[in-house]
Design a protein around this ligand. Structure first.
Ligand SMILES: C[S@@+](CC[C@H](N)C(=O)[O-])C[C@H]1O[C@@H](n2cnc3c(N)ncnc32)[C@H](O)[C@@H]1O
Length: 297
């Protein structure tokens, strides 16, 4: 299946204020946003793309534009590549690509059997199988609660501990069956393993930690009036964004408009843009997307 870029036109319209400017696509994926950005830039403009996933970077090599380059690295390392205040805009389209779930070898999917991996960058770090067969029960519980808001975290963790005492858990099907068998609510509209798989993926890839570091880095490399566009799919990602740009507010009261409480270095220029009904109909994955846009003052 192809990856359909989410909020494509809207996000790129906000991002580009200068067709001769320098831009970063922090999450290249299959290049949906990059392609549109490049079509809008002049040849004096430049786009650099990042992705942790080697398959994404391999795909980026199909882009032959002379004003484009890509880096196989985490977006947390932006300051390694760019000078302070040298960039006109950064876009983040967070989370996974559809292609991650299509390829069973990557170990993201509970519907397709494969090795229990789940790393965006499968060339380094610890796979989910390596971690899960060694982790303490309390650690598993914490991950499920914290990143999946899974209320059955304790019974799932217990079942994992019991199963791995018999056989190591090495396959996605094995993990999803363990969860399915003990899950108390059998009539959920989502698969019982949905929240657990999401929690493990966020944890194994240090998604929230690296995103926060990246926002810090972006804050440095962005020039005055430069733009940061974020597209989040998870309430924890969205909380990081709100708290990063509004550090004095640890929780975000719904009745106070973001425009009034921004910190001094950025102003919010679009605060909670969601896909249209038409986009959600065409691409159901877009239904949880929230876009926010900030401008450096
Ligand atoms: C939703 S996809 C991006 C899709 C892309 N905008 C498109 O239109 O094709 C998110 C991408 O971010 C990548 N990613 C996740 N965490 C990352 C990180 N810390 N650094 C760089 N890339 C990351 C994933 O590998 C994935 O390819």
């Amino acid at each position: 299946m192809l990856h359909f870029p989410v909020l494509l036109e809207e996000s790129v319209d906000f991002l580009i204020s200068n067709i001769d400017g320098k831009y970063i696509d922090a999450t290249f994926g299959r290049g949906g946003h990059s392609k549109l950005i490049l079509s809008k830039l002049s040849l004096k403009g430049h786009l650099s793309a990042f992705d942790k996933d080697p398959d994404a970077i391999k795909f980026s090599k199909n882009f032959n534009e002379s004003n484009f380059n890509s880096f196989h690295d985490s977006f947390k390392n932006l300051t390694k590549y760019f000078d302070n205040k040298s960039i006109d805009g950064v876009i983040y389209d967070l989370g996974t690509c559809s292609t991650h779930f299509d390829d069973p070898i990557r170990g993201f999917s509970f519907n397709r059997d494969g090795p229990l991996d789940m790393r965006f960058d499968n060339t380094k770090g610890t796979s989910l199988a390596e971690w899960l067969n060694d982790a303490l029960e309390e650690e598993i519980i914490e991950v499920l609660y914290k990143f999946g808001e899974e209320k059955h975290a304790k019974i799932i963790s217990r079942a994992i501990i019991l199963e791995r005492a018999k056989y190591p858990i090495t396959k996605t099907s094995q993990l999803s069956e363990i969860i399915q068998q003990i899950y108390p609510e059998k009539k959920n509209k989502n698969h019982p393993a949905t929240k657990s798989f999401q929690a493990f993926r966020i944890f194994i890839n240090k998604e929230l930690e690296e995103f926060e570091l990246s926002l810090d880095a972006a804050k440095q490399v962005i020039r005055k009036n430069g733009i940061i566009v974020t597209i989040a799919f998870h309430s924890l990602e969205d909380s990081i964004i709100k708290n990063f740009f509004n550090p004095s507010f640890t929780s975000f009261p719904k009745d106070i408009p973001l425009n009034n409480i921004e910190d001094k270095s950025f102003r919010c220029i679009a605060k909670k843009i969601r896909p249209s009904d038409e986009e959600i109909y065409k691409n159901p994955r877009s239904r949880s997307a929230i876009m926010r846009v900030f401008q450096k003052i």
